[in-house]
Design a binder for this molecule. Structure first.
Ligand SMILES: [Zn+2]
Length: 478
């Protein structure tokens, strides 16, 4: 039954595909789904958003109260007031804030299949749940989890994701995961990591990792995706990673010019990990560290000196009890900071508005200072600073002629967000994913009038649910 339904949906999608082209763009602009089946993206069009409150997040341009954004062939042509854009389709921007799309800096997308499954007892906590069920995932389960994540990302206003894939159980697993990213149209990085429950004495499959790097062009989705290493680092007691293992992984990535990302000092018992990396010469501009909660002022200096960025994920850090993100101290120390989802097994959803609000509120509360982390600064972390931390700020993260067109339109007319007052405070404090009206990635309109244009969301959730049922059965997890 399920298979027959899917086949029918697939066939109607295939029929619709033949009419894609100008009609597809028009349908996307109108907010109608051009393709009911996932896998075929709308064409890049030429359009101009008119009369929006435009937050460019570029300090030289600033905000434009009644602004236009002209997009053509995936790039931003112009940003300003009353732009001339003859022939471009017009999108009415009145009643919306237009800003750069959100940049996620670390997200275990595959395990969205296990959303909200971290339980209330030690044996049902996040780590045992993900390790036990991760072991019985198939490549298709990886695809289903990542596709569900990708659909949620677009729906919530993310245009860039860092897919931190720590369950590559074989070459097919990476490929399945990448297929989901490719079909979504998102920009992002895929970081190749160890399978769940991998022995600390073994490296990742370096041959497969290097092969993927060599063949990357066939996975890059026209330059939207790049490759990195999801590195375990030095590990920690009771399972430290031997130097010959962590060095080999690190050196392979660095020799190939691939960025490296590692979780550090997330627990009090793991204090000193940044210092250990610094002493071993394992920091650098190509190294992103995640959490970095239990760090000293000297370690913040090491990160800044090395040019390593930090990814903070307040919702998972709070939920699992790691501690409080050190946002203010990192920023004061000159470290580039990006925000992240981490995992919806813990956070429940992928909501950058909530993440921004949490990062601000924790910082202000801890410093007993209403004015410590301004709303606009938080918005920078979610956009341009996130892009800087992922090495893509030359292409995205702000709205500027010549940059790629990654942007969102947030409605200011819904009951939870009207009336329109201060736009930065409104976005950080009042907005939620349901207010995201339109999402554009690389000039493709992937959400319009609140609906995804390249996904049948009912089918995405339905197929993911079926996959999870089978995973629970195989993992004997009821
Ligand atoms: Zn993580």
């Amino acid at each position: 039954m399920q298979a027959r339904m899917s086949r029918r949906a697939f066939l109607s999608g295939a029929a619709a595909m033949s009419t894609v082209g100008t009609a597809g763009i028009a349908a996307a602009v109108e907010g109608k789904s051009a393709q009911p089946a996932a896998g075929k993206l709308p064409a890049r069009g030429e359009f101009v958003i008119r009369g929006a409150y435009v937050m460019t997040m570029d300090p030289t341009v600033g905000d434009i109260a009644r602004g236009d954004v002209h997009v053509k062939a995936g790039a931003i042509v112009a940003v300003g007031a009353d732009l001339k854009a003859a022939g471009a389709q017009v999108i009415d921007g009145r009643g919306t804030i237009v800003l750069p799309g959100f940049v996620d800096t670390h997200w275990h997308m595959w395990n969205t299949l296990l959303r909200s499954m971290a339980g209330d007892k030690r044996e049902l906590g996040y780590f045992p749940t993900v390790a036990t069920l991760g072991k019985v995932f198939t490549p298709d389960d990886m695809y289903q989890g990542t596709r569900l994540s990708a659909a949620e990302a677009l729906s919530s206003g993310f245009t860039f994701v860092h897919d931190w894939c720590h369950n590559v159980r074989g070459p097919d697993f990476a490929v399945a995961n990448l297929r989901a990213l490719k079909e979504s149209g998102l920009r992002g990085r895929f970081s190749y990591g160890t399978p769940q429950a991998h022995p600390p004495t073994e490296t990742i499959d370096l041959v497969d990792f290097e092969r993927l790097g060599r063949d990357w062009k066939s996975h890059a989705n026209g330059g939207l995706l790049d490759l990195g290493l999801a590195w375990r680092g030095m590990g920690a007691a009771p399972a430290p990673i031997p130097p010959e293992v962590y060095r080999k992984e690190f050196d392979t990535a660095r020799a190939a010019g691939l960025p490296i990302s590692v979780h550090v000092a997330n627990l009090r018992s793991r204090a000193g990990q940044v210092d250990a990396l610094a002493k071993a010469n394992l920091l650098g501009k190509d190294v992103q560290v995640i959490h970095a909660i239990w760090i000293t002022p000297e370690e913040i200096q090491s990160l800044a000196a090395a040019g390593s960025s930090v990814s903070l994920s307040p919702y998972t850090e709070l939920r699992i009890g790691f501690g409080f993100p050190r946002t203010g101290e990192l920023l004061a120390g000159g470290v580039t900071v990006g925000l992240s989802v981490d995992t919806t097994v813990l956070s429940g959803n992928a909501d950058m508005f909530a993440i921004m609000k949490a990062i601000q509120n924790v910082e202000n509360s801890q410093t007993e200072n209403e004015f410590k982390l301004p709303a606009r600064r938080v918005l920078e972390l979610a956009t341009i600073e996130g892009a800087r931390s992922m090495g893509v700020a030359d292409r995205v993260g702000s709205l500027k002629p010549g940059k790629r067109a990654d942007l969102i339109m947030v409605s200011t007319r819904d009951v939870n967000i009207g009336v329109f007052t201060d736009p930065a405070h409104t976005l950080v404090e009042a907005a939620q994913p349901s207010n995201v009206d339109t999402v554009v990635v690389d000039g493709r309109i992937l959400k319009r009038r609140g609906k995804l244009t390249a996904f049948d969301t009912g089918r995405v959730v339905g197929e993911a649910s079926a996959a999870l049922t089978a995973v629970r059965k195989r993992g004997n997890w009821w």
